[in-house]
Write a protein that binds this ligand. Structure first.
Ligand code: 2IT
Length: 450
């Protein structure tokens, strides 16, 4: 591998041994772009890679809130404004007890290249808190969001940094965050957040966008292989917003999603979660209940529930991990390969450990698609929401869907072409990294060293 790339990876490993997820994504991205670094000796002279792995700005803040019993709680808030070379910082907020600097940094780093792949002018960012929303009342969620925004509002803005949702942050939380921003700033800048409600500047199809985009990307992969989606079985993990969007689009296209998972285990529905609107809509109810349990689905529809297990032993045509980081490790990857799965389509951010990812990529009959391309439709439609807000108008659902579909076709195309250009064949993982990296690198080089 390119000596400069190796040196930067080693330096990151040594400096951030306490941030394993961040080290993992740096290794994955930088090793993919090594062939490009070979061709650009000027990048080393400008120390581009070391600059690229150092967030432009990252800060923590105290978030204090009071529960319904009058007890005060204190959480840590984070925002990592990783790279602003190609546009205002853009990326979600995650509320989950395991949130820490490593998770926020890995997500911000991934976001930088993902946002670049959308073709829209958005830099990379991520934030959130180690707050656990499970079982919290609506009033508690509101007070938490108000306190969070009170600390964050000075550092964001429609042309500065535009947060959105991620795990634990959906339309309800974005509403409370926006209300507090408006109250504190005394301006009506709805471009400051995306994923908003339709009554105050949200985009049609934003809730569906990540799942729909993932399926549109899958369609391109299937087309490349001369296959169609009709009648295919899909095993997914997760049961949140992204899983819901996949099921909804799968239902329209005649594919069968047979599994969902949660922290409590997974469910197997042989008829398909995507077989009825009632089932797909029930996913929203499960999410809104705040119980964070997928067993409720099995209880309601009389299907099998497997406590404490992941769905990766299930035989399906397509695997789409849509839950969280490192959901598929080496042992589970071996089960997936042994089942003869042909399509491994990552959806959640970094859902595969690096050893498992490389193992799956080496399987002769398997096609692996990387999350930073597959899930880019979510932030892509956030970008379209920003456009609508600055134009002060609302696009129809059809217009948004058409733009999203075009965007996903293009992301697949530029990824495949980038891999081809470096002699790597149909390597969508390397292709996405190469294509996403190139634009950020060019912008940084042209803007001078800082
Ligand atoms: O991981 C992601 O791309 C998101 N959570 C969405 C970010 C956004 O700004 O819409």
């Amino acid at each position: 591998m390119n000596a400069y790339v190796s040196r930067v990876i080693e330096a990151v490993k040594a400096k951030y041994s306490h941030e394993p997820e961040f080290v993992q994504t740096v290794e994955e991205v930088l090793s993919s772009v090594a062939p490009m670094i070979d061709q650009h000796p000027e990048y080393e002279k400008a120390d581009l890679l070391t600059r690229m792995v150092e967030p432009e700005r990252m800060f923590t803040f105290r978030v204090v809130w009071t529960d319904d019993q009058g007890q005060t709680h204190t959480n840590t808030g984070y925002r990592c404004q990783f790279n602003g070379a190609i546009g205002p910082y853009k990326g979600g907020l995650r509320f989950q007890p395991n949130v820490n600097p490593s998770i926020i940094k890995f997500l911000g780093f991934e976001q930088t290249f993902k946002n670049s792949l959308t073709g829209l002018p958005m830099g990379g960012a991520k934030g959130g808190s180690d707050f656990d929303p499970t079982g919290r009342s609506d009033a508690e969620i509101m007070r938490f969001c108000q306190s969070f925004m009170t600390a964050l509002y000075r550092y964001i803005g429609p042309d500065v940094d535009v947060p959105a949702g991620d795990m634990g942050v959906g339309g309800r939380e974005i509403g409370y965050l926006f209300g507090q921003y408006r109250r504190l700033k005394g301006v009506w800048e709805n471009g400051v957040l995306t994923g908003k409600g339709l009554s105050y500047g949200g985009s049609l199809n934003r809730p569906e966008a990540t799942g729909y985009g993932a399926v549109y990307y899958l369609l391109e992969v299937l087309k490349h292989e001369g296959e169609t989606i009709d009648g295919k079985t899909i095993a997914i993990s997760g049961f949140g917003n992204v899983a819901w969007g996949i099921c909804k689009k799968a239902m329209q296209l005649g594919a069968k999603v047979v599994t969902l998972s949660g922290p409590d285990g997974y469910i197997y529905d042989p008829d398909g979660v995507s077989s009825s609107e009632e089932k797909v809509n029930y996913m929203l109810e499960m999410r809104n209940s705040g119980r964070n349990r997928v067993q409720d689905y099995a209880d309601k529809f009389g299907v099998q529930f497997y406590p404490g297990e992941k769905p990766w032993g299930v035989k399906a045509d397509i695997i789409m991990p849509a839950a969280m980081q490192n959901d598929v490790n080496m042992e589970q990857a071996k089960r997936i390969a042994a089942n003869g799965v042909k399509y491994y389509i990552e959806v959640a951010n970094m859902p595969t450990t690096n050893d498992a990812l490389y193992f799956l990529m080496e399987q002769p009959n398997m096609i692996v698609a990387p999350s930073k391309a597959v899930n880019a439709g979510g932030v892509g439609v956030s970008g379209l929401e920003m456009s609508q807000n600055s134009e002060r108008l609302v696009w129809t659902a059809e217009e948004v869907d058409e733009q999203l579909h075009k965007m996903m076709i293009n992301i697949h195309k530029v990824s495949a072409e980038a891999a081809e250009a470096y002699g790597l064949g149909y390597n969508l993982v390397a292709g996405a990294n190469l294509a996403g990296f190139q634009k950020v690198a060019t912008a940084m080089m042209e803007q001078g060293t800082f």
